[in-house]
Design a protein around this ligand. Structure first.
Ligand SMILES: [Zn+2]
Ligand SMILES: [Zn+2]
Length: 401
């Protein structure tokens, strides 16, 4: 049976069933819609200003590769006037990061963007391989996450850049919302859902332009745009709680595709109720205010590649199926191309317009000092990285302090 026509252009055959709402689209319309939605997110939250220098946190994984590709496309198409740079963190994980960094180097050439690589070894005196050797595999994602956050900040400072964008997608945000909900940590919800995070004490702003993009659509986009990315997962085990939250999100998506965006929006709504926090999911009229003190947020956890983590298996299966579909399509043109099925319904693909009555609470100034040891912003005497390092260094006899 020949595939039906694309519901948008009504001329091309629909080869893609959109994971977000099951719309049947041709390849061209899917790519266009994906880019338009990211453009809408960027415009509606006033994410950039003309001439801004922006560092893209690039891991070589699908999320940041798609982010770099889409930003390059939109920057040229809509004349954002952005100066885009790739910023990569080398955690020092043999067989994982060294390979993915090769991908980033190729991306830099493909997208004609400068690339800066900052290593954990030069920043902290420890590679992740050494950390794992010392503390074991359990809990290593905590170290990696804390180190990564500071590393991106420090790397962008080295480049004189005040805005870092990361490839966090809707699945990542939904996962973090659930985790904070399950922990009863509403204060963190705001940081998890906010498109812009920053801190009064830091002049480096963070944002996630792919916040409303489904992970499955990112895989589809990367596939159909034939992007060069690295799809091996971090070799060290992810945090168990995060893995469970992710599995839950994916199960919900199977029976109700809109569940991911629903959780993101519920997170935004709940964050608005937290005193001292402000949230505007789609601030069409105003600039997005940074959520306070994201200095030590756990958004995205470790494995900053956001590379599928515990559900890497599912994403890998999807990638494999896409490749097989391509092969089948080449061999037999009339083969319908589908992606793994799910049964739910839901047609809420568009980001909600902001509610007229949305409550905006002024941001409470948080008292943030700086770390006694390294000067990085911190509400404690020592920042999280220095606290972790203190523990690590105690366990390394040759450099005991
Ligand atoms: Zn079409
Ligand atoms: Zn410190």
């Amino acid at each position: 049976m020949a595939p039906p026509l694309c519901v948008v252009c009504k001329t091309e055959r629909a080869l893609i069933k959109r994971p977000k709402n099951h719309q049947k689209l041709c390849k061209g319309c899917f790519i266009q819609i994906f880019e338009d939605e990211v453009h809408h997110t960027i415009l509606s939250s006033g994410l950039f200003y003309p001439g801004e220098k922006v560092a893209i946190g690039a891991s070589g994984g699908k999320d940041s590769t798609v982010l770099a590709s889409v930003l390059k496309t939109l920057n040229e198409r809509h004349k954002y006037g952005l100066d885009l740079v790739l910023l990569s963190i080398d955690e020092g994980i043999k067989g994982y990061r060294d390979d993915s960094l090769e991908t980033v180097k190729r991306n830099a050439a493909q997208y004609d963007m400068p690339l800066k690589i900052v290593g954990y070894d030069e920043l902290y005196g420890w590679t992740m391989d050494q950390v794992v050797e010392t503390i074991g595999k359990k809990g290593n994602c905590t170290y990696c996450g804390v180190f990564r956050r500071q590393a991106l900040d420090r790397g962008s400072k080295m480049l004189g850049i005040k805005h870092v964008v990361t490839g966090h997608n809707a699945d990542d945000v939904a996962e973090t919302v659930l985790m904070n909900l399950l922990r009863g940590d509403l204060a963190r919800l705001s940081r998890a859902t906010s498109i812009v995070t920053g801190s009064n004490a830091s002049d480096v702003k963070r944002s996630k332009p792919l916040k409303y993009a489904y992970e499955k659509e990112i895989v589809l986009y990367a596939h159909h745009k034939k992007l060069d990315y690295f799809s091996t997962e971090c070799i060290y085990s992810p945090e168990a709680f995060r893995g469970s939250a992710r599995t839950l999100i994916k199960s919900l998506e199977k029976v109700r595709p809109s569940a991911i965006l629903d959780v993101v929006r519920s997170g935004e709504d709940m964050a608005r109720l937290v005193p001292g926090q402000t949230q505007d999911p789609c601030a069409c009229k105003t600039n997005a205010a940074p959520a306070p003190s994201a200095a030590e947020e756990d958004n995205g956890g470790g494995c900053g590649s956001a590379n599928g983590r515990s559900t890497g298996g599912e994403m890998a299966a999807m990638e494999k199926q896409l490749r097989e579909n391509d092969k089948a399509a080449e061999e037999k043109l009339e083969t319908e191309i589908t992606i793994p099925k799910s049964n739910g319904t839901g047609d809420r693909s568009k980001p909600k317009e902001p509610k007229a009555s949305s409550i905006t609470v002024p941001i409470m100034k948080q008292k943030l000092g700086s770390c006694e040891r390294c000067g990085y912003m911190s509400s404690q005497k020592l920042c999280q990285a220095c606290m972790l390092l203190e523990g690590l260094n105690k366990n390394r006899p040759e450099i005991q302090i």
